[in-house]
Design a protein around this ligand. Sequence first.
Ligand SMILES: [Fe+2]
Length: 341
Amino acid sequence: MTDPIMRADAVAYVVFARRDIATMVRFLEDFGFVDTRISLDQRRFLRGYGSQPYCVELIASDQDGFVGFGFTARSANDLERLAQATGATVEPHDAPGGGQRLRLHDPDGVRVDVVHGGAPVAPLPVREALSAVNTPTVARRINTPLRTELAPSPVFRIGHVVLQSTNFETTSSWYAQHLGVLPTDILSVADGSPALGFFRLDRGQEPTDHHSLAILAGPSPAMLHISTETIDLDAIGQGHQYLRGRGWSHHWGIGRHLLGSQIFDYWKDPVGDEWEHYADGDLMTADHPTGHDRLSRAGLWVWGDDLPESMRPPGPLPADAPPIARRIVDALLVPPRPWLP
Ligand SMILES: [Fe+2]
């Protein structure tokens, strides 16, 4: 494979169009984001507890939808190289933090921004992870009861974005070529075709998440979920109770994933898009070898409830559905555990 044009450093933010901004802001605050109260040209911005100036941009619209997402680049040269390779223009980033931005679109039309030079914000104070865990053989927490707060799970940052694409190879190659993503795990269907790919950023020897982007082959382009990192299992558990108490729709979890190893919990926003809290995910360096396996429902989670019906492929598929979509349905229909249907 040829060298990528540049290697992205982090996922910066996600962008959604929403008819009802106020209700979406209420959900995101309950989910653990913080409203910046910055409003620019009908756009609202929410931040996390980390140093990104914002993590979610909401655009007032007469239609609900996923618009796209943004990556940070390590240098202004990266933006210049992307501009030369694509013909796109480097322009001022008209959003909190500022800096420079290049706007691309992936093969499915998803907006992909690459930003550099923005001013980071001071992280917000948050408790430490609960690392003083007592085990049968090691006493670490003595005379110190464990008390965590019933509160939103503090979201530090966007962890990953999962997209569905009608052309797995074209879309994954586009992200590899333009943003330097590396395949961490590739799952294939019965005929050997890749069906689900987990891609991480190439940060050399600096550890990075098991995946910042995942791509599922499917009958139509779609955004499947946005994942966010929080502190630990207790933050996920308390955030889960908090979201329940606020009346939002739970989707899947709490459980632990297999590929990426994250403890996870999925919720639906006011229009049904999926948002994941995670903690304790795998970190890899660039030299970690790519894993290859067969796609199965059993291979998506280690413990926790089975994949919800709505996350499984819809059936029956349209007559003109690509063969890969049928093979994915077949793979995901196999019961994941002996005691499950
Ligand atoms: Fe996820």
